[in-house]
Design a protein around this ligand. Structure first.
Ligand SMILES: [Zn+2]
Length: 229
């Protein structure tokens, strides 16, 4: 979501580095679909509440579940930090060698957290799919370089699962803040189908195709896991 842009530059470098790394289709999925996480002490109550509400919503999928673990837990788990710079940032997927961090500030409301958890589960941005130009017009004229890369089409780890879904929680809204320090927004995305209207970001929710993507990714992964035993 556009609030991604309000982040510190060191975090930005981390995220961009991650985004350009090679993508393997199943290695970044959570084992058995169980996402383990814990909050750092300074994460506010309201953020914890919204995060847990978002895990319940994603957990309606029979292929994934969430488990809060104590600080003493040593195996990889997502650590939720309070992002005082206003950003909402997540790494993508599971890492068997590390604990993926997520930064949530007090600007990260429920539907944004749904989006960030989508990344945590391994989902990429819908508007970066290689078929996006059939469905949307993406105007990059106003975007500075780092923002453009965040919105560009994936070349190395495209995630073409199911039909393109403009209403996916992983799709950006129509307005984007063009640069990290800018205080204004520009319209960068138009639907080609004029009948379709954007849903305000605060009202967005998971779609059937969001659940379907998780099912396809995690069902295949679980089947492979059984065969490997
Ligand atoms: Zn995102």
């Amino acid at each position: 979501m556009k609030i991604h842009l309000k982040r510190k530059s060191n975090l930005l470098i981390l995220l961009i580095t991650f985004l350009i790394s090679p993508y393997s289709f199943s290695s970044d999925l959570w084992p058995n679909g169980i996402v383990k996480y814990r909050f750092e002490e300074d994460v506010p109550k309201i953020t914890r509440r919204d995060f847990k509400r978002a895990t319940r919503r994603w957990g309606e999928s029979e292929y994934i579940s969430f488990e809060e673990v104590p600080k003493s837990y040593l195996k990889p788990h997502s650590i939720i930090f309070y992002g005082s710079d206003g950003g909402c940032i997540s790494f993508i997927g599971y890492d068997e060698n590390d604990s993926p961090p997520m930064w949530l500030s007090d600007r990260c409301y429920y539907s944004i957290i749904l989006h960030e958890i989508g990344h945590l589960l391994g989902l990429r941005h819908e508007h970066q799919r290689s078929d996006r130009d059939k469905h949307i017009v993406f105007n990059t004229d106003f975007l500075i370089k780092h923002t453009y890369s965040e919105n560009n089409i994936f070349s190395t780890h495209d995630q073409l699962i199911g039909p393109y879904d403009q209403y996916s929680i992983m799709h950006y809204g129509e307005y984007v803040v063009p640069g990290m320090d800018d205080q204004y927004e520009v319209q960068t995305i138009h639907f080609k189908d004029k009948e379709k209207l954007f849903i305000p970001e605060t009202q967005r929710d998971l779609t059937k195709s969001d659940f379907k993507k998780i099912e396809i990714l995690y069902r295949i992964n679980n089947v492979q896991r059984l065969h490997n035993k």
